[in-house]
Write a new protein. Sequence first.
Length: 249
Amino acid sequence: MSDKEMKLAILIDADNTSHNVISPLLDEISKYGTPTVKRIYGDWTENQLSGWKPILLQKSIIPIQQFAYTSGKNSTDIAMIIDAMDLLYTHNYDGFCLVSSDSDFTRLASRIRESGIKVFGFGRQNTPISFVSACDKFIYIETIEKQRSVKDDDKLYEELSEVDFCAPMDKEKLKLVFTKIVNDLSDEDGWARLDSVGTQIHKIMPQFDVRSYEMGKLSQLLTSLELFEFKKRKTKQHKTKELFVRLID
């Protein structure tokens, strides 16, 4: 099974994660598989988590309420760990994404790996090495933020944050979305597999249908945007040539 086919459970510790990073974070996670479960844990009666609330619906993240019953005890971590184990025992997931900078999740990551399931960790650079080492792969939030600033300009991300993915997009919004997707999936020469672009757009916009734009194929829609060029290339995985796309220089 390739990573692109992996079913992922995403569990986010709201107490240790900023809502400002969620868009590039979910983009990064989508490179490793398909998010099947997206849950975030915290005490949603607290004002400090208010920034998350408008994002949860847009990103289809399920908030799990956990009151802080006792001062000094992290009830959020406990709830997240219990849910993770429940999901693990269903045997429905190929990988877990644990989003936190807290060392309390070290044993959880180790336990999931003992079951033969991949663990992807996401946290700040101050994350204790014990948690980092317990994951199959750990990605620092700062790295994702740096990559965003290098690969895409800030204006693009600001405009994308205002896109309503639940409604049909006009041509200018389509240009923004597909520019970002092609950039994220491109190789060193700027080429991205067209079928991967199609998979990615459905991940972030499940209701997307090229027929809504009076087109029969995704390649036709991208051609109409007048931003992309196409080329057929052979890949190691396939004997026949596949269609690739990249931004016109």
